[in-house]
Design a protein around this ligand. Structure first.
Ligand code: MG
Length: 332
């Protein structure tokens, strides 16, 4: 009998297989005129007068619950806000359900909910409904859903040849921080998750021409860019030397043998823009705390349709393929 493995939850090819298995049993997967489950975008949409409601849900299972740079509470609110933000939607309200493991200290629960509150206040966005359950044999799972509003949803499938690809900062931080902490490697304290809400940053650039956006969470940049290239049937040319990365992330990834481009980020967005607006977006982003390391990391090409090609530091070219799954399990 075929059974589900941890890898099936890690983004990438294995998870896509699992999701298509689920979706094929569902016959109603979208609202007329909206973006539905089959699009596998960051959120779904519902036409609402002359606007669109944007709707998303995510279950958070990160281990450990508290990590350098955040905790499951901060992650669950930021992640859901980011799935709305990369659709170009202003977050309106959130719902959050807790499955709490029997034995969790009350103090931990308080810390987690205070973290959630802190991120909510930054946006600001209220948590207007929720649920709590207690269960044996787990630490904690938080499911956070969000609803947002936009005039024009930005899809992850809208790349066009000639577009430029921007990221707002260093890649691999969240995944490597979690992994280093689990492995107890010596300089782990220098590694911090990038876990943050991106609405504050994204709202500042929405007035420019953005053709596609996605947050590179599970499976990292490699997974997200491959999905974007496949969906838009265009190619991606990445410049390795322009991908921002912290030295400690590089060092940890070498030590652990993990590709930093395949691990989750939780405060990053891939922004695909028309060539004309690229510099203006970059300039706007660089003035913000979460965008000060922003960089143009590549371009969209007519050739190599559905593929991501990386121009390496030494001038060679290689295919950056979609990972089977995030090499770090239970990362978000
Ligand atoms: Mg997403």
């Amino acid at each position: 009998m075929e059974r589900i493995k941890l890898l099936h939850g890690g983004g990438g090819e294995a998870m896509q297989e699992l999701i298509s298995d689920v979706i094929k049993n569902l016959s109603l997967t979208k609202v007329e005129g909206g973006i539905g489950l089959d699009a596998l975008d960051d959120s779904a949409t519902i036409p609402f007068g002359d606007k669109h409601l944007v709707f998303t849900t995510d279950a958070y299972t990160v281990k450990p619950l508290f990590f350098h740079g955040g905790d499951i509470g901060r992650l669950s609110v930021s992640g859901t806000i980011n799935d709305l933000a990369v659709m170009g939607a202003k977050p309106i309200a959130l719902a959050s359900s807790f499955v709490i493991g029997e034995g969790l200290p009350f103090e931990d629960l308080r810390k987690i909910t205070k973290s959630m509150n802190q991120v909510c206040k930054e946006v600001p966005v209220p948590i207007i409904t929720g649920d709590t359950k207690v269960m044996e044999d787990l630490d904690m799972i938080i499911t956070t859903s969000g609803i947002g509003l936009t005039e024009k949803p930005i899809l992850d499938s809208g790349m066009r040849p000639g577009d430029r690809i921007i990221v707002n900062g260093t890649l691999g931080d969240h995944g490597m921080a979690i992994m280093a902490q689990r492995e107890g490697i010596s300089f782990e304290t220098e590694l911090r998750s990038d876990c943050a809400q991106l609405w504050g940053l994204i709202k500042k650039i929405l007035r420019y021409e953005i053709h596609a956006m996605k947050d590179p969470t599970r499976g990292g940049l490699a997974n997200a860019l491959n999905e974007m290239a496949e969906k838009s049937k265009s190619g991606v040319l990445l410049y390795e030397d322009q991908i921002p990365m912290k030295d400690e992330v590089l060092a940890a990834s070498e030590m652990l043998g993990i590709d930093p481009l395949s691990v989750a980020n939780e405060g990053k967005a891939i922004i695909v823009t028309s060539e004309n607006d690229t510099e203006k977006i970059l300039e706007t982003m660089k003035k913000t705390r979460l965008g000060r390391d922003a960089s143009i990391i590549g371009e969209v090409t007519e050739k190599d349709k559905g593929r991501v090609i990386m121009e390496t530091r030494i001038g060679g070219r290689k295919i950056l393929s979609k990972p089977a799954g995030d090499p770090v399990p239970r990362v978000c």
